[in-house]
Structures are given as structure tokens and as C-alpha cells.
Design a binder for this molecule. Structure first.
Ligand code: ATP
Ligand code: MG
Length: 196
């Protein structure tokens, strides 16, 4: 391509981008969903938490996970003033104790609700929340209500596979991680500092 044509094309592209920047005038918090079967959902959520606190904003994390293993992100973020609430029920899902799991989920959800009502928090990350809905521990309507009523400037990130359709519809930004390949499938063990 000649230099002239390249220049013209770049100019048209710039014009389009400038028009879209000009058109985007709303200022409010957003709901982001990171879903899909590929690796990167939780790391993307924590990347955004780091970004927010790096700008002096206030962020909090709620993790709907069963394990109580050493958590690299928590080790660095909690001392920096990012509160963490971790469900950490142990591996009760394997024992299929629906009643205790539901109770643990609802207790952790109660912590999430307090954050979702607190205008001090610019960003709330709800890691692995999608499973609480798909396992029927938590009604989707409760999640949608809490997101609807949250402070206007608060953003929320939700991660996990198989996100409920209503939540996908409600969210402002949805990214689906697609597993092109994963080291685990080649027999490589999960690694501290890479996978948790
Ligand atoms: P990460 O925490 O690395 O960002 P994730 O949040 O996208 O991953 P989860 O489904 O929450 O993915 O996975 C939890 C664990 O399983 C992580 O240790 C992650 O590295 C690993 N994992 C993610 N995707 C896959 C996959 N396609 N196959 C095997 N293991 C995976
Ligand atoms: Mg995850």
C-alpha cells in the first residue's frame, strides 16, 4: 500500500474513533462480566482492582470459592487496604451438602450486599459469583436487584463460567474467555503464582 493510501486510511480510522469518543458522554459505574471456559477471568478482575487502587480509588473483593488456599492476590491487596470476604467453605461441594453450602453462600452474599450499598466503594469484585446462581444457592433476582440499587458511580465485576442470561443482559461489558489451549490439558500442574 502506498504511503498516501495508508495515511488516508489512518485518517479515516482516527475520525471514526474520535466520533465514538465524542458520542460516549455518560458517566456512571458499570457492571463487567468475565465469563467463558478460558483462563483469565479472575486475573482480569484483580487486574482491574489493581488499576482502581493505583488511582487512589476504593475497591473490595468477595470470593465465592470453596478452597482456603494461599491466595497471591489477597496477600498483596489486603495490606493495601482492600477488604476481602472469602466464602472458603472447604470442599463441601464434593459432599453435596446443599444446605450448608447455601448457608455459606448467603452469609458471603450478605457481605457483598453491604459493599453494594456503600458509596465509598468505587469497585466491587464478586469472584466466581456465577456458580452461586447456577447451583441455585442464590436467586438471580437478588443479584439483579442489588446491582440495580447500587450507588451510581460504583462499578462491579462478576466472574465465573456459565453466567446466567439475565446477568449477561444486565451487564454493560461482557467478555467471554475462550480456551484456545490450556497447559493443564498437556499434563502440566497448576502453579502457585500463575494459577492462584
Ligand atoms: P484465573 O484465576 O487463572 O484467571 P479463571 O478465573 O479464568 O482463571 P477458573 O475457572 O476460575 O478460571 O479457574 C480456576 C483455576 O483453574 C485457575 O487455577 C485456572 O488457572 C485454572 N483454569 C482456568 N481455565 C482452565 C482450563 N480451561 N483448563 C484447566 N484449568 C483451567
Ligand atoms: Mg476464576
Amino acid at each position: 500500500m502506498s504511503q498516501d493510501r495508508h495515511g488516508e486510511r489512518q485518517q479515516r480510522l482516527k475520525q471514526k474513533v474520535d466520533e465514538r469518543i465524542e458520542a460516549a458522554q455518560l458517566e456512571r459505574g458499570i457492571v463487567i462480566v468475565y465469563t467463558g471456559n478460558g483462563k483469565g477471568k479472575t486475573t482480569a478482575a484483580f487486574g482491574t482492582v489493581c488499576r482502581a487502587i493505583g488511582h487512589g480509588k476504593k475497591a473490595a473483593v468477595v470470593q465465592f470459592i470453596k478452597g482456603n488456599w494461599d491466595n497471591g492476590e489477597r496477600n498483596i491487596l489486603e495490606p493495601l487496604g482492600v477488604p476481602f470476604h472469602v466464602m472458603a467453605t472447604g470442599f463441601t461441594w464434593e459432599t453435596q451438602n446443599k444446605q450448608t453450602d447455601t448457608q455459606a453462600c448467603l452469609e458471603t452474599w450478605h457481605n457483598a450486599l453491604q459493599l453494594l450499598q456503600d458509596p465509598q466503594y468505587d469497585l466491587v469484585a464478586l469472584d466466581e459469583l456465577t456458580y452461586m446462581v447456577s447451583y441455585h444457592y442464590l436467586p438471580i433476582s437478588d443479584v439483579i436487584n442489588a446491582l440495580t440499587l447500587r450507588p451510581e458511580n460504583q462499578s462491579v465485576i462478576i466472574t465465573g463460567r456459565a453466567c446466567h442470561r439475565e446477568l449477561l443482559d444486565f451487564a454493560d461489558t461482557v467478555t467471554e474467555m475462550r480456551p484456545v489451549k490450556h497447559a493443564f490439558d498437556a499434563g502440566i500442574k497448576a502453579q502457585k503464582g500463575i494459577d492462584w
